[in-house]
Design a protein around this ligand. Structure first.
Ligand SMILES: Cc1cc2nc3c(=O)[nH]c(=O)nc-3n(C[C@H](O)[C@H](O)[C@H](O)COP(=O)(O)O)c2cc1C
Length: 187
């Protein structure tokens, strides 16, 4: 089988909590970012951007996340707040993919789909280089204060946080919807 097809048909997510080091080095991360940047894009708008979290930046962002979480969940236990602070430390590298659609004759829907394609390409570029990855949103993709922390503009939204790392063990396959239930041939 062609290696690209093989990769497409074998990739699967590994949950962030099961990731270990190493993560991608700068060259490998560059490949992941380039793949994310090379997606179909109606109107050549480039309606996405990426924010990378590596090293200590993960804990700094986590501390800020925990503070925001605490301000909205005043009964949160110390244990839960510690978990929030440690979220980005689950993986060696996290890339926030920001959808940045603009006013344009190309519908916003298509621009957001393009940002989603960037997320998917990154998962594949991670997999092709021997890493594992997971596309997560969790609560902090939907929080105005976290958006402000990331410096999001009014037109921007988090499309996903792409966690990238290595896997202690290969993931088992998951149950998937039957393909034949999702395909029909127009007659
Ligand atoms: C936009 C989007 C957001 C997601 N957010 C979450 C999430 O917050 N938490 C979660 O457990 N899985 C989330 N997932 C699911 C995982 O990324 C992944 O699809 C799942 O673990 C199985 O993936 P696989 O089919 O790639 O193996 C999300 C998926 C997408 C497409």
């Amino acid at each position: 089988m062609h290696p690209v097809i093989d990769a497409l048909l074998t990739r699967r997510s590994v949950t962030a909590k099961d990731m270990i080091a190493p993560g991608p080095n700068r060259d490998q991360l560059d490949v992941i970012l380039k793949a994310g940047h090379r997606v179909p894009d109606h109107g050549k708008i480039g309606p996405w951007r990426f924010v990378v979290f590596e090293g200590d930046a993960r804990a700094r962002f986590g501390d800020a996340l925990a503070k925001i979480f605490a301000s909205k969940n005043t009964d949160a236990s110390e244990k839960l707040l510690a978990f929030e602070a440690d979220r980005f430390n689950r993986a060696p590298c996290v890339v926030a993919v920001i959808a940045a659609p603009i006013e344009h004759k190309v519908p916003e829907w298509e621009q957001v789909l393009s940002a989603g394609a960037a997320c998917m390409n990154m998962l594949h570029a991670a997999h092709a280089q021997g890493f594992v990855a997971q596309w997560l949103t969790e609560w902090y993709a939907y929080d105005a204060d976290v958006d402000a922390l990331l410096g999001l503009q009014a037109n921007e939204r988090v499309a996903g946080y792409i966690y990238v790392g290595s896997a202690a063990q290969a993931p088992s396959e998951r149950e998937r919807p039957a393909l034949e239930d999702r395909v029909s041939y127009f007659e």
